[in-house]
Design a protein around this ligand. Structure first.
Ligand code: DGT
Ligand code: CA
Ligand code: CA
Length: 574
């Protein structure tokens, strides 16, 4: 599915068009198209194939043509043309927090600022504060924004972008070339939150056919190398993909080698040597006579080293090898263990789908329940609901619960932890909710002690059960706010509170490291929620489970592995 990718292109088009001084209606139309495409539940490439693009709300003929052009050629001519008239550095300026196209234009026209360096210089020389609509505070924010952009500048890709691309490529290969086995390896198989490049391994009796096909698939922007059994391309998004065809007899050893991590593999090779064996990407060999003793299957490779097979997500050399030696690896949670999604938004607030649509999606995913959690109405928080509106939502949920029985929808809420550590509603109003989540959405620039105190205060509210996206990070976007996570975890244990792994792939918060700490050092429980704003993003659960597996979490550590019956019992205790 290429929806996300196409949507990004239109966001880019809108930005560039605005900077180029295009008609504001056009800019708005591009933005609207981007938003709609992002939330589509059907693959946009399917709609294009069936010539149904202009049936999408917000997509007219000219936008439909642009989508088609992009899907077929990887380019939008209009965007390329506009880029020629906009100085290159301006596009980067827009990535500075707090600067939109409008402000970038003013900075360019009034002060001739064309790039980050110009911007930093002007801010330091206090030239920006005197511009209309800017001021001293904005100037300060701009300097902070430049710093955080530089800190975060990275060429790693979000797993939620990289994994669908890898899967699409494997699908294309399966359909159109004679491949037999296949495996997506590297950091993707280990479910890391960001991905340097994509590593795909296949077996085939006709490697040259596979290579010829691979270098001309629609994803390709550039072919870096083409060989008999290995080729590398760069996709439209700029991600490198390495494809290797390996021998069937070595497939297990090869996927073991190319899954990594490097540190894990280094340790394994040392263990092999001690056993008078040699381990490489072709197999496990006896040093005495060079006879191969494992290679076809990955499990055999581990067995040859007297180790239990280790799940890829654990292969970081952080203790897993020792446990595999002693046959004491924990049984980590599986995607199939997930019985419900605890965090989502619907049309009642800023979601794209109705409660009924979210419920149907959940049923199709095999869940037994969901918790619908709109934002609450704190001052200044957009799309929040009042208690009255929640009561209406509750009525609809009751109606739907009769319809979908035994599947169950619960009424939850995502409360805001305000700057002083209070929440949106009076505690007595919270009784209508089955489950209360709370998270920080504003005031993230406070000091470490202020933010820590805010969260600690909320932990004491009996009805609040789960702290969502606990560190506030946006991967490649915004760093975590400063918070003393140990202090929070310690305090939370006193009140039996739960922390979320937010499965949205821009967040993945708690991170693998923090989730492992929460459970293994503080004995806390975890909830995995997608924070979905559309049925499509409910699919992100697998990324949350990936984090949980990287954190070594077991089924019993995660509350939404409970059956509906157990979950209802748990809610009664809340
Ligand atoms: P990435 O792509 O930066 O997100 O991380 P990985 O882990 O996918 O790393 P990558 O793509 O460089 O290599 C894939 C795997 O192949 C890596 O996890 C372990 C193995 N590997 C690659 N190069 C080496 C190497 O020079 N030494 C060892 N021991 N293993 C390597
Ligand atoms: Ca890689
Ligand atoms: Ca690689």
């Amino acid at each position: 599915m290429r929806n996300k990718e196409v949507a990004e292109k239109f966001y880019e088009l809108a930005e560039v068009a605005e900077l180029a001084g295009e008609n504001p209606f056009k800019v708005k139309a591009y933005l609207e198209a981007a938003r709609v495409i992002e939330n589509l539940t059907i693959p946009i490439e399917d709609l294009a194939k069936e010539d149904k693009l202009d049936g999408i709300k917000g997509v007219g003929k000219s936008i439909a043509e642009k989508i088609k052009e992009y899907l077929e050629t990887g380019k939008i001519t209009k965007l390329e043309e506009l880029k020629k008239v906009v100085p290159e550095g301006l596009l980067e300026l827009e990535k500075v927090k707090g600067l939109g196209a409008k402000r970038v234009k003013i900075l360019y026209e009034k002060l001739g600022i064309k790039n980050l360096e110009d911007l930093e210089k002007a801010a330091k020389e206090h030239k920006i504060r005197d511009l209309e609509g800017f001021g001293e505070k904005t100037e300060q924010k701009i300097l902070e924004g430049i710093k955080s952009l530089r800190d975060k500048r990275t060429d790693r890709f979000l797993i939620g972008i990289a994994l669908p691309i890898a899967e699409s490529i494997v699908n294309l290969l399966s359909k159109n070339t004679p491949i037999e086995k296949h495996m997506i390896c590297g950091s993707l198989r280990r479910m890391k939150d960001t991905i340097g490049d994509i590593d795909i391994l296949v077996t085939s009796k006709n490697p040259s056919f596979v290579m010829d096909y691979f270098v001309q698939i629609p994803f390709v922007k550039e072919v870096l190398a083409k060989g008999d059994t290995k080729s590398s391309i760069i996709t439209q998004e700029g991600i490198q993909v390495d494809l290797r065809v390996v021998e069937n007899d070595s497939f297990g050893a090869a996927i073991q080698y190319f899954t990594g991590s490097k540190n894990h593999n280094v340790r394994l090779r040392e263990i092999a040597i001690k056993k008078n064996l040699k381990l490489n990407e072709y197999g496990v060999f006896r040093l005495d006579d060079n006879a191969i003793i494992a290679g076809v299957k990955e499990t055999d490779v581990y067995e040859a080293l007297d180790l239990d097979w280790i799940p890829p997500e654990m292969r970081e050399d952080t203790g897993e090898i020792e446990l595999a030696m002693q046959h004491k690896l924990p049984t980590i949670v599986d995607y199939k263990d997930i019985k419900g999604d605890l965090h989502m938004h619907t049309k009642y607030s800023d979601g794209a789908n109705t409660i009924e649509e979210m419920a149907r999606k959940a049923i199709s995913l095999g869940y037994e329940y969901i918790v619908v959690t709109e934002h609450a109405k704190a001052l200044g928080v957009a799309h929040g609901l009042s208690i009255e509106e929640f009561k209406k939502e509750k009525e609809e949920i009751n109606r739907l619960n009769r319809k979908f029985y035994p599947f169950k929808i619960f009424l939850g809420v995502e409360l805001n932890i305000l700057s002083d550590g209070s929440i949106d509603f009076d505690e007595k109003d919270l009784d209508i909710f089955d489950l209360c989540l709370a998270g920080i959405h504003t005031g993230m620039n406070q000091s470490e002690s202020a933010i820590t105190e805010r969260i600690k205060k909320v932990l004491q509210i009996p009805k609040v059960k789960i702290i969502v996206h606990p560190t506030g990070r946006i991967i490649n976007g915004r760093s975590e706010y400063s918070v003393n996570i140990d202090e929070i975890f310690r305090e939370a244990k006193k009140y039996n509170k739960i922390f979320e792994i937010n499965a949205s792939f821009e967040r993945l918060d708690l991170s693998d490291v923090n989730a492992r700490k929460a459970v293994y050092e503080y004995g806390l429980k975890i909830a995995i929620g997608t924070d979905a704003h559309s049925t499509e993003s409910m699919n992100n659960m697998r990324f949350g489970v990936g984090v949980a597996r990287r954190a070594w979490l077991r089924k019993e550590d995660i509350i939404n592995t409970k059956s509906l019956k157990e979950f209802e019992e748990f809610l009664r205790e809340v």
